[in-house]
Write a protein that binds this ligand. Structure first.
Ligand code: E4P
Length: 244
């Protein structure tokens, strides 16, 4: 068996791949392609996509995606207002997971709000988590039968110069006693992160369409890949009319 044969193909992975973005056409394409098992977005992605009407966008997504989890994020600095927004988002459809940031912008903990909403039975996606202490705090307050995604931003952890893999492994251990609280590998930076998440048994990763596209290359023959790269350089130099 060649080393290429040992690299799993996307379709053979156990990990659930979610699509992260705010472009409706990409969401529809990903949904119809059938590879992804859920969708996430956030206010920054929505702003970049030029969305001006939050609820209109949310309803459009939920009209298309009716049978897979869709995470929609609250945005406010007051926890009472976040609570109100959470219920409005939750009431849009049964497949909504309400995204709650782990703190507000004043670094005040959202743990009491998370406890209240999950106690009321809302499905949550706790977002912007970067430390194991935050994972433990969330774990403590989730009911035993809670349905929640615990989004640890592995890519941002890596951006800070730390290896996210041991942190994600420990997060899995923390969450293990409550199987409905699933660790979500957020903010991947490259296709290999999908395999790293798979290898440690992380149940979910959310990826942008560009990272997902690269992951279609898993197992590609490297001689073939090298030749394609050489041809790309050659053709672009020719097209540009470069001379030395
Ligand atoms: C997850 O739900 C987030 O939307 C996403 O992964 C954030 O990624 P970033 O760190 O690239 O902003």
């Amino acid at each position: 068996m060649s080393p290429e044969d040992q690299i799993p193909r996307l379709r053979d992975l156990r990990i659930k791949i979610f699509s992260d973005g705010a472009d409706l056409d990409s969401i529809i394409d990903a949904y119809q392609a059938g590879l992804v098992k859920g969708f996430t977005t956030n206010p920054t992605l929505m702003a970049k996509a030029g969305i001006t009407h939050y609820l209109t966008f949310a309803r459009e997504v939920l009209r298309v995606v009716t049978d897979l989890p869709v995470s929609l994020e609250v945005f406010d600095d007051e926890f009472d207002e976040m609570y109100r927004q959470a219920h409005i988002l939750n009431d849009l459809a049964p497949n909504v997971y309400v995204k709650i940031p782990i703190t507000n912008t004043k670094a005040e903990s959202a743990i009491p709000l998370i406890a209240k909403l999950s106690g009321e039975g809302l499905k949550l996606n706790i977002t912007a988590i970067m430390t194991l202490a935050q994972v433990r705090d969330v774990f403590e307050v989730l009911p035993d039968d809670a349905k929640a995604f615990i989004s640890v931003f592995a890519g941002r952890i890596a951006d800070s110069g730390r290896d996210p893999v041991p942190i994600m492994q420990e997060a899995l251990d923390v969450l293990r006693p409550k199987p409905g609280a699933e660790l979500l590998w957020a903010s991947p930076r490259e296709a290999l992160n999908i395999l790293q998440a798979e290898w440690i048994g992380c149940p979910i990763i959310t990826v942008t369409p560009d990272v997902l596209k690269k992951a279609q290359l898993f197992g590609k023959d490297l001689d073939e890949f090298s030749l394609e790269t050489v041809k790309m350089f050659y053709n672009d130099a020719k097209k540009s009319g470069f001379r030395i």
